[in-house]
Write a protein that binds this ligand. Structure first.
Ligand code: SAM
Length: 251
């Protein structure tokens, strides 16, 4: 099974749930990260009005972060490779009376083009799902191609700490890739050291304008890690990137 099939199946399993329940869950699970996105928008784009602010949420699932931002007036576009997640997102946004644009696409495909640019691009837990090197650089390229020169990319992602507990059914390799056994070993997460993440971004058309490392935070890569103590789970980075100055001159 591929990661795409895994996600599509997981969203399909929730088809029978009441949309009102899903809406409440989505709103509550995405609240904390959205508060960080709001803070960063107010910090880096204080003069851009919330009303009409263009927001792109990548690997959105049901688009919980975008939903909070739509409540503030933002115009939201969601991209995910799960058509079921996006169909569920459309239902949740319509319950709140919001229009949302949804695009089924793989963010690692170099040819994904949305035909417009955004003030804010949000990554809520997508980057660590991209396990391969050319895929990750295509992803950074997609972000850079779709940001306005003043725009910000706001991300929360899991990072490695020295001790990680790896339960049965998973393995962790020397490239910091976490594999899961779905009938065959499948790469599911790339859990880079935070310094390697910074170095990786240094090779893209983006630059770091803010980078917080949360050592105390135990990031659960999968529900099978739920009972594991936080200090042997991955830590978290929250960061803000902008297009670097060279890219801006040419965009
Ligand atoms: C860990 S979930 C996060 C979902 C949501 N953003 C959240 O925070 O609840 C990762 C999401 O990214 C999507 N995804 C993973 N790899 C992707 C890819 N290469 N292209 C597009 N979507 C992808 C999955 O379908 C899933 O919805």
């Amino acid at each position: 099974m591929t990661l795409q099939v895994y996600y599509e199946d997981s969203y399909r399993e929730e088809k029978a749930r009441s949309p009102h329940d899903l809406l409440q869950e989505e709103i509550s699970l995405s609240k904390v990260l959205t508060n960080f996105v709001i803070e960063q928008k107010n910090r880096f784009l204080p003069d851009v009005d919330w009303n009409g602010l263009s927001v792109l949420e990548l690997g959105s699932g049901r688009g919980g972060a975008g939903l909070h931002l739509a409540r503030l007036g933002a115009k939201v576009t969601l991209v995910d490779f799960s058509p079921t997640a996006l169909a569920q997102a459309e239902r949740l946004y319509s319950l709140e009376g919001f229009e949302v644009e949804t695009v089924v696409g793989d963010v690692t495909h170099p040819d994904v083009a949305l035909g417009k640019k955004f003030d804010v691009i949000v990554d809520s837990h997508l980057l660590h799902c991209l396990t391969e090197d050319p895929d990750r650089s295509s992803f950074y390229g997609l972000v850079s191609d779709h940001l306005y020169p003043h725009g910000i990319f706001v991300s929360e992602t899991m990072v490695h700490r020295k001790k990680l507990f790896i339960p049965d059914g998973f393995m962790f390799d020397e490239r910091n890739v976490l594999w899961q056994m779905f009938g065959k070993w499948t790469p599911v997460r790339r859990i880079l050291d935070s310094l390697d993440l910074e170095a990786e971004i240094g090779n893209t058309e983006l630059k770091i304008v803010s980078f917080f490392y949360y050592a105390q935070y135990g990031f659960v890569p999968h529900r099978r890690f739920m009972e594991i103590p936080g200090e042997v789970l991955p830590a978290s980075v929250r960061m803000v990137l902008k297009k670097n100055d060279f890219t801006q001159e040419h965009s």
